[in-house]
Design a protein around this ligand. Sequence first.
Ligand code: NAD
Ligand code: UDX
Length: 451
Amino acid sequence: MRIAVIGAGYVGLVSGACFSDFGFEVVIVDKDKSRIARLEAGKIPIYEPGLEDLVARNRDAGRLSFTASLPAAMKRADAVFIAVGTPTRRGDGFADLTYVYAAADEIARCLAGPCVVVCKSTVPIGTNREVLRRIKAIRPDAAVDVASNPEFLREGSAIEDFKRPDRVVVGAESEQARAVMQSLYRPLSLNETPILFTGLETAELIKYAANAFLATKITFINEVADLCERVGANVQEVARGIGLDRRIGPKFLHAGPGYGGSCFPKDTLALVSTARSAGAPIRIVEAVVDVNEARKRAMAERVLAALDGDLSGKTVAVLGLTFKPNTDDMREAPSLVIVPALQAAGARIRAHDPEGMAEAAKLLDDVEWCDGPYHAAEGSDAIVVITEWDAYRALDVVRLKRLMKGDAFFDLRNIYKTAEMADRGFRHFGIGIGQPGIAEKVAEPLKSVAV
Ligand code: NAD
Ligand code: UDX
């Protein structure tokens, strides 16, 4: 089997490299010639653990190559994957399908033999059918089928997620498309990965529903965390207590500064827009979008409140800028809201991120970039940990405290324990960690019950 992949981004690169690792012949094409030149020189344009070795191994074996020419990539291809971006369209929240449709039109012009066009990009309901219509309009003679094959990998663990997914979803409506997709995913049968064959619309909606559900789960625990703080409960214990119920499950219950990234924010918005225009609004997701936006701003307000409502002349050390660890992706990272809000309140920012500083420097102004967490802490009034990189999980907090001017530690990922930090001279502010017995106001209505 020979595969062409359009788009050498997070999804295209990882999928293409993994398919080649399974033994297929893969050509990845990108219109960005400099990206292709870098890949041909052995340089990976994104930070994703394990990807550099995976790409090198398969290039050396002659199964994986890169090109800027779609006709060359599509020569003798049994399947062509579209893995281009589907960002939020300005103004209405819908997904912008410019890149997907451009890729479809280019494919139509390059089709030589029978081929299945597989949409791996996250696309709204109806897109795959439109892709087929466009291709047929340009090439009525073409022996072409479409398949919707949404991708569920997470950045930072993308290779493992691709090779060992919980399931593969394939929307396909012809025997040929189903047969090609079955062959492409046969390597996963060793792990007994379920392959769910559905219609096109269903596959498209599964992707949005999955992301919206996970975003809802995170937002739910984030609001429970706020309540924990008010009533003296501990959100980590609440999460464990509910997560052990197998109907709920323990994952995606880590309270934090709000979800970010290239998928949840844009896909929840797109689902909200689609559902509204279909006359079936999903109000719970609308609330999730609003609550998550407000939460990022609220993180900066916490810092402001703990530092007496005034950050002018104060220095804040920010640790972790990417939307999650093990990626250099800054798309919709909470830091992009928190840092400017701290600056607007007068703070000077010293920041560090293990892999994201080059990308972050393009998006954040007036930040002093530091060599590491200890460098960032020098002379600071407060430390704010936004992203839970491994490098911040066992900090020498005594050393940090000595380097700082102040004593406030905002731990937006609950890495450290408040009592232990207090022993080392810190005022530690976690997320959703209330002090038992503080719930005077909560008890008030109960007191009025006559005995
Ligand atoms: P990306 O922005 O990292 O990469 C897209 C690439 O496509 C870019 O390099 C761009 O130059 C290239 N491209 C665009 N149009 C092209 C064309 N006509 N010909 C050749 N190359 C073209 O995007 P991504 O993060 O990999 O996301 C791709 C899709 O996958 C999106 O729909 C996204 O929602 C979805 N997705 C992403 C993730 C993730 O974790 N990033 C996970 C699951 C699904
Ligand atoms: C997500 C989906 O998980 C994946 O299936 C889809 O293909 C792409 O979008 P990704 O954005 O790479 O993956 O990372 P993920 O681990 O899902 O985290 C997304 C955001 O949610 C991050 O900002 C993360 O910090 C946050 N998050 C996640 C929490 O705040 N708490 C959690 O418990 C989990």
